[in-house]
Design a protein around this ligand. Structure first.
Ligand code: SF4
Length: 188
């Protein structure tokens, strides 16, 4: 029989995370998809905070995501702003309330505690899972959404981070955000 051990482990951790979110008192009024959209928008850069990018990231239909974004707007958790160069395009910004909510939730305490108990092995595990994700993205036709610092277009120009794809300077914190245009470095 095919070895499903890794899949079983990931599935169990995902299941525990879903249960933890479902039982959290701060999330009583938020549907799982709405929380997923908020978590994505908190982690993505300015090239990736559009409704289409949220749809691609979550792998759901445009209609479903659109309804969820409207609900989040109505709850005062996000605002839409028009793109400075393209009037047809909008960007989604989290409000202070949304950021405070995510700060209180993430990372889930059960996961952080377990990782802390692993000590150095916890650090190694995170590195290995990151490498696994890179391998999957490299070999499959899946949207990028990788960490900016690990992108083949990431440069440093005059001591500042710079995007070689858009030819624009990046903000200091952008290296730690995810991007829909991300491309992993070419395999050696
Ligand atoms: S360097 Fe790559 S990941 Fe970073 S903003 Fe540019 S395209 Fe996106």
């Amino acid at each position: 029989m095919t070895d499903t051990h890794l899949f079983d482990l990931l599935e169990r951790l995902s299941s525990l995370t879903r249960i933890w979110f479902r039982q959290h008192p701060l999330l009583a009024d938020l549907q799982p998809i709405q929380l997923s959209a908020l978590m994505y928008l908190a982690r993505c850069n300015r090239y990736s905070n559009t409704p289409l990018a949220v749809t691609d990231y979550l792998g759901l239909t445009k209609g479903t995501v659109s309804q969820s974004l409207k609900a989040l707007e109505a709850k005062g958790l996000l605002v839409k702003t028009q793109d400075a160069h393209d009037r047809r395009s909008v960007h989604l910004q989290l409000t202070d309330s949304a950021r405070a909510l995510l700060d209180a939730l993430l990372p889930p305490s059960f996961l952080a505690d377990g990782l802390a108990r692993m000590g150095e092995q916890g650090e190694q595990l995170q590195g290995l899972l990151g490498e696994l994700l890179t391998q999957v993205q490299r070999s499959s036709d899946v949207p990028g959404f990788g960490l900016c610092a690990t992108c083949r277009f990431h440069r440093t120009v005059d001591g500042q981070p710079f995007c070689g794809l858009t030819q624009e300077p990046l903000d200091a914190g952008d290296a730690a955000l995810i991007c829909r245009e991300h491309q992993p470095p070419k395999a050696a």
